[in-house]
Design a protein around this ligand. Sequence first.
Ligand code: KG4
Ligand code: ZN
Length: 355
Amino acid sequence: MAGPPVVLGIESSCDETGAGLVRDGVLLGHAVASSMDEHARYGGVVPEIAARAHVHAMAPVVQEALDRAGLALTDIGAVAVTTGPGLSGALQVGLAAAKSYAFSLGVPLYGVHHLAGHVAAATLDGGPLPNPCIVLIVSGGHTSLLLVRDLARDPIVHLGDTLDDAAGECFDKVARILRLPYPGGPAIDRAARDGDPKAVRLPRPLSGPNDPRYAFSFSGLKTAAARWVEAQRAAGTEPHVPDAAAALQEAIADTLTRKAVRACTDHGIDTLVVVGGVAANSRIRALTERRCAAAGITLRVPALRLCTDNGAMVAAIGDLLVRSGARPAPMDISIDPSAPLEYAALTPLAAIRAA
Ligand code: KG4
Ligand code: ZN
């Protein structure tokens, strides 16, 4: 096949087993299996259950992605895999599978950062991202405002990160307090539809004039929501879940979007990219759209199904790395469960120096 190769992307950092196929910026097909239902009764992801589910789902998910793309295994020209951050047992399964595919097909392997995958998901809809752009990453484990230049080559600049909980964690924990099902984010989003966001007064953390401009903090907001729920229950009334959900969602959406738009205007950058599982939230999408339009900023948000974890995003960043001439990973590359987001590729520095 002439031109850039078909890149198989494999994602297994948490409870979704994803496989995607991307070639030259175009998504050819992808498939996702989730072990979410198996974790629901524990109220959160159980690492061993997630890892075992990845073992069962991996080969069928890769086959399903190939079927959807109308391709065969032998059409794959490169393999990209999330090597971190994430649950170590879960990451191990994905990496072992990726190594097996790459080795048996005789194609290069790329270890990629999960969050860079989330960012790359935004290229599958609207094409390449402008250089530079501001990126807001909001997932279950991370909340960061980034200045991104060439995603495949340049270091990623952190303008601000959360000082404590991630936005998704705040959704998930408050949902649990409200006795909503796991995962909490989508449950809060649904409940909030019938709620009044003004019915419960919740703080806007780190939003004062002397607070850091781009840093976030969600643990105080979570505590404020928990206190309100406790006070209701102590008074003998069950809290009004839709109102609490709407107020929490509004506080998170207001804080995130205000700081993201501020980062764009401060830096004179006219594109904002919002990615990660929490970018699926309907209020965050609507409020960012409104505030970006008012500030003359172009907003890029991946399609809903590409916001939460999937293999297409990993294939997308793999494709960008391949096309920018990045060096493949050595076959003995290992996982890095707490990898900081510095570069899109997670090839160990020692391997690059030795090459
Ligand atoms: O990116 P992701 O799928 O996995 C991680 O890398 O963490 O993000 C998962 C997070 C969870 O906290 C989940 O509750 C949240 O994304 N989430 C949402 C929505 N859909 C998923 N949060 C708010 N509203 C949603 N609609
Ligand atoms: Zn994720």
